[in-house]
Design a binder for this molecule. Structure first.
Ligand code: FES
Ligand code: FE
Length: 376
């Protein structure tokens, strides 16, 4: 059995094993998910002291909570006594402390060990030393980003700057005031596909004419196959008869106050490696967080964010949210259709990037560099 060689004049994608090999995924967990800043939790979801959320970051469970001073804190979700998972729920709220369900060691919301049964009889336990292990945390765009690295890379350089530079104008993303927006809708998708298929899909629009009928109605240029991300700083223009970024092109909501004139009636998209997509339209922001769980499984949490007054008024966001929900369903179905074929001998040498999708090629180059590998 021979496989068709890929013409050297076309840019090849990664070989299939990069999407199926558990060892590749383990190295990605180490080199990317557990080393870079990772967008974990929407800050406003933890709206009061004691509210917590647990998320998978690489191979770790990370507990993010709001302490009594109102600051967000992140810890490894592991009891220091004998290693039990401290919080097994995905989210919840405690009054003033976190108690391990195994032997009842109790930690303050600042992570300090505050009580343990019979601890007075065990003076050798150093309460400072046996607090929860802290995880670095930064807030940006209204989300808590965490980093498991012992020495986290510069947030400014590796997240903020890297993200805004892809939009061309460093101020462009700030105009949407994402950190002040309110949650209008959230959908969690359990996608049976490798996280890189989801990234690659998001970065291209060659598929838009085939699988996104509603999106190409609103953004006609997408039918030509060139994604907004193909050009730095490009925003895809709404079609002439389109009133808003909605499933039927009907009017959405008022333009967010700082959105510039040239950003109006346009859709901008941004990939913040390793796990975030940001979609900007005049009246809302759609932010995807990916949680890669296995080489063939990725949970995606997608938030639709609107001006606080829109959400407070109880306005119906369904037509607005339905557009990108359909896009998500269509995209993730395509990724799931692709995943099983990654282990086919037909894909041993990978596929091709046409039209010349240099930005996806750059993503592969970045990945290989992070993994310390040469191009296959
Ligand atoms: Fe948590 Fe023992 S493992 S108290
Ligand atoms: Fe798509």
């Amino acid at each position: 059995m021979t496989t068709t060689p890929v013409s050297p004049s076309l840019i090849a994608t990664l070989p299939g094993r990069y999407y199926t090999d558990p060892e590749v995924f383990r190295r990605e967990q180490e080199a990317l998910l557990e080393s870079m800043w990772f967008c974990a939790v929407r800050s406003a979801d933890l709206d009061r002291p004691g509210a917590f959320r647990t998320v998978r970051v690489g191979r770790e469970s990370v507990l993010v909570t709001r302490d009594r001073t109102g600051a967000l804190r992140a810890f490894l979700n592991v009891c220091r006594h004998r290693g039990a998972r401290l919080c097994t729920e995905e989210s919840g709220e405690v009054r003033r402390s976190l108690q391990c369900p195994y032997h009842a060691w109790t930690y303050g919301l600042d992570g300090k060990l505050v009580a343990a049964p019979n601890l007075t009889k065990m003076p050798d336990v150093d309460r400072d030393r046996y607090g929860l292990i802290k995880v670095a945390l930064r807030e940006w765009l209204g989300y808590a980003w965490v980093c498991l690295a012992d020495e986290p890379p510069s947030f400014e350089e590796t997240v903020r700057h890297a993200a805004v530079e892809r939009l061309g104008d460093p101020a462009a993303i700030e105009h949407y005031g994402t950190e002040h927006l309110a949650l209008g809708k959230r959908v969690t998708y359990d996608v049976r596909a490798n996280w890189k298929l989801i990234v690659e899909n998001f970065m291209e629009c060659y598929h838009c004419a085939t699988i996104h009928p509603e999106l190409t109605e609103v953004l006609p240029e997408f039918a030509d196959g060139y994604a907004a991300q193909y050009y730095v700083g490009h925003g895809a223009e709404f079609g002439a008869g389109v009133a808003g970024f909605t499933v039927d092109g009907s009017a959405g909501f008022g333009r967010l106050p700082e959105v510039a004139e040239e950003q109006d009636r346009r859709y901008y998209a941004l990939t913040v490696r390793p796990n975030v997509f940001v979609n900007l339209v005049p009246d809302h922001v759609i932010l995807h967080r990916m949680f890669p769980l296995a080489e063939d499984r990725t949970v995606v949490e997608c938030d639709w964010l609107y001006a606080p007054e829109v959400v407070a008024s109880g306005a119906d966001v369904s037509k607005s949210a339905e557009l990108f929900h359909r896009v998500n369903v269509q995209d993730f179905a395509a990724c799931e259709r692709t995943q099983p074929a990654m282990s086919s001998r037909a894909y041993r040498g990978g596929g091709v990037l046409v039209p010349t999708e240099h930005h996806i090629g750059a993503f592969h180059g970045w990945l290989l560099e992070k993994l310390g590998e040469q191009a296959p």
